[in-house]
Design a protein around this ligand. Structure first.
Ligand code: KG4
Ligand code: ZN
Length: 338
């Protein structure tokens, strides 16, 4: 029997609702972005994010139902991101989802935000199934995960300091680029020399799947500050391209190492940074060389959206993971934790 899920996502600065059929077919995916507002502050302001979610949530849900040509009553379950994320932001989506589930008397499915990012791959490739390795690279997280089954995750490694997206955003800020920095760095890098400056590639211990991007970030900041102090002109495009190459080298090397070590010939990318075209092409090359099948979601499925939450929710629902009205928001929820 078909299962139609209405999914809600509000963990950071995107208010989104989607209708997803059987975890794989997106009937609608409405995203209201707050980027224009947060841009003027150079990053997400949590209090403003919460308020904007409140303003957007109702029309976003109505539009998702309208686009999917479906009535509330015909939904089988309501899914919502309950962590990790900004607590005030999460609570807006969560309260709305609980109210809908209660009023419509439908099951409420709690979804982990990162599990959602991973599940974007099930929408992208209808045949994509566990087991596989997934590199989750977003503004708040950098994880290398072994997806053993739809609901079974082993975290192989994660960042010990900054997330990859965070490093992009901070480097962008020092180069005078606007928030979010990732797309801006990607854009100006196209006119830069990736070999101009030798920034460090931090790989940590030989057997480690962990990441560390703060040393790289500091190296870039030092380079820029030193040049400024000496009154030297820097070529922003070269700094951006050299920084990006250092990030991409580490992301490619760690992901391929995990696939080889675990002898798993399937790799997926997830999260905002996987929208990066240079990373996508370098990862493709490396996978081709190693005989690894690569799945990368379309751009709209890489950054925050509710369709990915609907995909993850389907497999949670099949697994019997349904919440009651006491469900709370968990800002630091760990993957695989309930
Ligand atoms: O997954 P996401 O939308 O939100 C989180 O869950 O964090 O990721 C946002 C992050 C930001 O740091 C942004 O700069 C980065 O993803 N990002 C990119 C690109 N597009 C977004 N980084 C590099 N290249 C891009 N094209
Ligand atoms: Zn995200």
């Amino acid at each position: 029997m078909d299962k139609i899920i209405l999914a809600i996502e509000s963990s950071c600065d995107e208010t989104s609702a989607a209708v997803v059929k059987n975890g794989r077919e997106v009937l609608s995916n409405v995203i209201s972005s707050q980027i224009a507002t947060h841009k003027q502050y150079g990053g997400v302001v949590p209090e403003i994010a919460s308020r904007q979610h409140i303003e957007a949530i109702d029309w976003v849900i109505d539009k998702a139902l309208e686009d999917a040509k479906i009535k509330k009553e015909d939904i089988d379950a309501i899914a919502v991101t309950y962590g990790p994320g900004l607590v005030g932001a999460l609570l807006v989506g969560l309260s709305e989802a609980k109210a809908l589930a209660f009023a419509l008397n439908k099951p409420l499915i709690p979804v982990h935000h990162i599990e959602g990012h991973i599940a974007a791959n099930y929408i992208q490739n209808k045949e994509w199934k566990p087991p596989f390795i997934c590199e989750v690279i977003s503004g708040g997280h950098t994880h290398l995960v072994h997806i053993k089954d739809y609901n079974e995750f082993e975290i192989l490694g994660h960042t010990r300091d900054d997330a990859a997206g965070e490093a992009y955003d901070k480097v962008a800020r020092v180069l005078g680029l606007t928030y979010p920095g990732g797309p801006q760095i990607e854009k100006i890098s196209k006119n830069g020399d990736k070999d101009a400056i030798k920034f460090p590639r931090v790989l940590l211990e030989n057997d480690s799947y962990d990441f560390s991007f703060s040393g790289l970030k500091s190296a870039v900041l030092n380079y820029v500050n030193k040049a400024q102090m000496k009154g030297e002109e820097i070529k922003k495009e070269d700094v951006a391209a050299s920084f990006q190459q250092a990030v991409v080298d580490v992301l490619v090397e760690k992901a391929i190492k995990a696939c080889k070590d675990l002898n798993i010939k399937k790799l997926a990318l997830a999260g905002g940074v996987s929208a990066n075209s240079h990373l996508r092409s370098e990862m493709e090359k490396a996978c081709l060389k190693e005989g690894i099948e690569l799945c990368v979601p379309d751009l709209v499925l890489c950054t925050d959206n509710a369709a990915m939450i609907g995909a993850a929710a389907y497999y949670e629902y099949l697994n019997g993971n349904v919440a009651d009205m006491s469900l709370n928001a968990y800002p630091s929820l760990k993957l695989g934790e309930r």
